[in-house]
Design a protein around this ligand. Structure first.
Ligand SMILES: [Fe+2]
Length: 181
């Protein structure tokens, strides 16, 4: 696991994003009453979900504009590459599965496999919501950060995410807000 940690830390944005996803995923799992073992799997899947990006060309990763179709095709390989790296490092199968499927969407519009809802396990659904929420509330070179409540509305509107997970995330955010006051 040490090698994977070094690899993810080689890129500041991805390292910070991944830590946030790991923390949100674990908090969501906690609200949903998951066991300590599952919470640990969620944390490490969050930490390594984008590990596959670390071996892709940096000029594509950091391109401050829309990607062309060939660049998008390369980026879309990162869940599969990540799952392979995790397997080579002997991570548990449940974590490998979450890494490989974190861009799948309930309506089948995700990638790399276009899986439908029944084929996407509950833990992977948590990683997807934590990932998209964390990305939306972060400032990027090509767009402003979305306010938390707007990001949560986006996640609620679409038929792409598990709404039980989104409800748990709302609870996590409400608790965070209360603590900040
Ligand atoms: Fe990703």
């Amino acid at each position: 696991m040490e090698k994977l940690i070094q690899l993810i830390q080689s890129d500041n944005y991805t390292a910070n994003h991944s830590q946030s996803v790991a923390c949100f995923a674990k908090r969501i799992g906690c609200v949903m009453g998951l066991t300590a073992n599952l919470l640990s799997d969620l944390f490490f899947a969050g930490l390594f979900h984008d590990i596959g990006k670390m071996v892709l060309p940096k000029n594509i990763l950091y391109k401050p504009a829309a990607l062309n179709s060939s660049e998008r095709a390369q980026i879309s390989l990162h869940p599969t590459i990540g799952a392979t790296l995790a397997k080579m490092d002997d991570l548990p199968n449940s974590i490998i599965a979450m890494i490989g499927k974190h861009h799948e969407r309930l309506d089948g519009s995700g990638y790399p496999f276009g899986l439908m809802a029944r084929e996407i396990d509950p833990l992977t659904r948590i990683i997807s919501v934590a990932d998209v929420y964390t990305a939306m509330i972060a400032k990027r070179p090509y767009r402003q950060a979305l306010p938390a409540h707007v990001a949560l509305e986006e996640l609620s509107k679409k038929n792409l995410y598990d709404q039980d997970v989104v409800s748990a995330l709302k609870e996590v955010c409400a608790t965070q807000k209360r603590k900040a006051v």
